[in-house]
Design a binder for this molecule. Structure first.
Ligand code: ADP
Length: 612
């Protein structure tokens, strides 16, 4: 592997490697088998119909050369001049009937198998999407969007191809080979032996091909996954890419993975180019051998001309499906690998599972905010402990600002409040109920997290606000915007509330995006609002608007803000200074200013200095 791809590999694509070079049958681990079973189980009856149709179709296909034999042997011998060529006519009649039957059966098979294939894929994609949505944030942090897309596209596609063309060609092929061997044995056992004399050669060639194909096709799959992942992730972060002039480097990495993909494909191509012609060459040699030996048997009267003709046609047909094997082998391997990865992903359990017996969370009447308790909370990402025994009580309605150096653990505290993770030790409680005991719906209603990105979805401004409370009326949406002082600003947009925000709000300014996100949170009316304030500074008018909005949004609500601005800290009732995973100062902003050598005092001084 080249150094560039090596470096890039560090960014979380390590699982693209399939660990195993063993035979495909053993590769199909039990979880893949379970997935396959559950996907195919509902289609048992359709499979039975498809199998019957396929056997009938194979029989019709194999009848052709035999009818030809009858036609030559019985239909051609001279008949009296003027007499009707009855035998020939009836043979031709049957031949045409068989042709028609074959066409109908082929059609029926394609319809039934196509239906099964699409149903299976529909089910699979649905399950995947549903599952990906439910997996925890920690999973998505680990599993990049490129890989999610690779699962949903190339892996599902691999299974689609196997179901679509692969299975048909292989079942067809195996049935043909078996059927033809039987017919040849009945027609002339001796000549059948001659025809199959070359079979060991095919077996040797197949073994050689298989050994190489395992490696080569695996390389192609890895390479295509790298191409997809790189494509998705570089374009997904295109703003950063352009801002940091990373285009040449990304281009270089892409050229590298793209080149690897092309090389791997060329190798696969070359391999197939040896195997396919190799098998058909052996097949033609076999036909020549049958012609030579068969002709002698015709001369010596041991065989009819018609039988020889049929024999030659059958012999050719034994080798045809063998050539398809190379294609099938590729499809099969790809599908097995895909199944492996898909079942692996589907086996992932959400790390914050919903409780079996959830406890109801009632918001005490007359109160807008929940009380939050951290009871000796420890938390580690992997093995590094980030929070070490945090104890905290936030009474209902209090606004708390979290301040402290980067990496201190502020966001981690915020994430634990939204149950994006569970504490490794200790408990996080909302009105006395452990977050782990809450139903997902209750939790999401009770706690809203507004983060730095103020994520907007494609759609109109109104849609984006209504996201906070699905089904909200236009009046409610306007009210929310009005309370937060965003109404005039939204009205001033080209189409007011119906302005399309475009992808991730690219059309709105940073301040406008925040106001829309606030309005959304206001409409959702959570009992606990967790806000990661944007670090990027706003211009003074926007800053004022945002601060005023914040004031209204926070009224009476319990709120925790990761604060980056002095103005925000000043509207808080209480400041918590987080350093090294623990709370080192706790008090009203004004009181903390009085602490000599205090962290907050220093921070406040730094902010105040930056304003002058
Ligand atoms: P803050 O919000 O105060 O900047 P964070 O809570 O984001 O701090 O981070 C606290 C510590 O946890 C840091 O050392 C950071 O590197 C680490 N950390 C944060 N998120 C993750 C993550 N997803 N995986 C591993 N470590 C993380």
């Amino acid at each position: 592997m080249t150094p560039l791809a090596d470096q890039w590999r560090g960014v979380g694509v390590e699982d693209l490697d399939e660990q195993d070079d063993r035979g495909p049958a053993r590769l199909l681990r039990s979880q893949s088998r379970a997935l396959l079973r559950s996907l195919l189980a509902p289609h048992g009856r359709a499979f039975a119909v498809a199998a019957i149709v396929l056997v009938a179709e194979t029989a019709a296909r194999l009848a052709g050369p035999y009818l030809l034999k009858l036609g030559i042997d019985r239909g051609i011998p001279p008949v009296a001049r003027g007499a009707a060529p009855t035998v020939l006519l009836s043979v031709v009649g049957v031949f045409v009937a068989v042709l028609v039957a074959r066409g109908v059966l082929e059609h029926a098979f394609l319809v039934v198998s196509g239906r099964i294939g699409q149903d299976v894929l529909l089910d699979l994609r649905q399950r995947l999407f549903d599952h990906f949505q439910r997996l925890s944030i920690s999973f998505h942090e680990r599993y990049t969007s490129g890989r999610v897309i690779a699962r949903l596209t190339s892996d599902v596609e691999a299974i689609a191809e196997l179901l679509g063309s692969g299975l048909l060609s292989i079942t067809n092929g195996v049935l043909s080979i078996l059927g033809i061997s039987v017919v040849l044995g009945i027609l002339d056992p001796f000549l059948a032996g001659v025809a199959l004399l070359v079979l060991p050669l095919v077996l040797v060639l197949s073994a050689w091909f298989r050994r190489r194909a395992v490696v080569v096709y695996r390389q192609t799959r890895e390479a295509v996954a790298l191409v997809i992942v790189h494509f998705v992730e570089s374009l997904g972060g295109i703003q950063a890419v352009q801002a940091f002039r990373r285009e040449p480097r990304n281009q270089a990495i892409f050229d590298d993975v793209n080149g690897r993909y092309a090389t791997a494909n060329l190798r696969a191509n070359r391999l197939a180019a040896v195997f396919g012609p190799g098998v058909s060459g052996i097949g033609r040699a076999s036909v020549a051998l049958v012609l030579f030996v068969g002709a002698q048997r015709v001369v010596s009267g041991e065989m009819t001309v018609g039988a020889l003709a049929a024999f030659l046609l059958y012999t050719r047909r034994v080798f045809e499906p063998m050539q398809d094997l190379s294609q099938f082998y590729n499809l099969f391997q790809a599908a097995v690998a895909a199944l492996e990865k898909l079942s692996g992903v589907l086996e992932e359990k959400p790390q914050v599972p919903e409780p079996d017996h959830p406890v109801a969370l009632a918001r005490p009447s007359g109160r807008r905010g929940h009380q939050v308790d951290f009871d000796d909370v420890h938390f580690a990402y992997g093995t590094t402990e980030v929070l070490s025994g945090v104890d905290l009580v936030i009474p209902s309605g209090q606004t708390v600002a979290l301040v402290g150096p980067t990496g201190a653990g502020k966001s981690t505290i915020a994430r634990l409040m939204g149950r994006f993770h569970d504490p490794t030790e200790g408990r996080v409680l909302l009105d006395g109920v452990d977050l782990r005991d809450l139903a997902d719906d209750d939790l999401r209603q009770a706690v809203i997290i507004v983060n730095q990105e103020s994520f907007l979805f494609s759609g109109t401004v109104a849609d984006n606000i209504a996201f906070g409370r699905p089904g909200a009326s236009r009046t409610e949406i306007r009210e929310a915007a009005q309370v937060l002082g965003a109404h005039e600003l939204i009205e001033a947009l080209p189409e007011g509330y119906d302005t399309d925000v475009r992808k991730r709000g690219g059309r709105l300014s940073a301040g406008q995006r925040q106001l829309v996100a606030f309005a959304r949170a206001y409409l959702a009316d959570p009992g606990l609002l967790v806000l990661d304030e944007a670090t990027s500074s706003l211009d003074i008018p926007s800053e004022r608007l945002v601060q005023r909005a914040l004031h209204n949004l926070l009224a009476e609500r319990t709120a925790v803000i990761i604060a980056h601005r002095l103005t925000t800290v000043e509207i808080a009732d209480r400041v918590l200074v987080v350093v090294g995973g623990g709370i080192v100062e706790d008090g009203a902003p004004h009181d903390l200013l009085g602490v000599t050598h205090g962290h907050y005092r220093a921070l406040h001084q730094a902010w105040a200095d930056s304003l002058v």
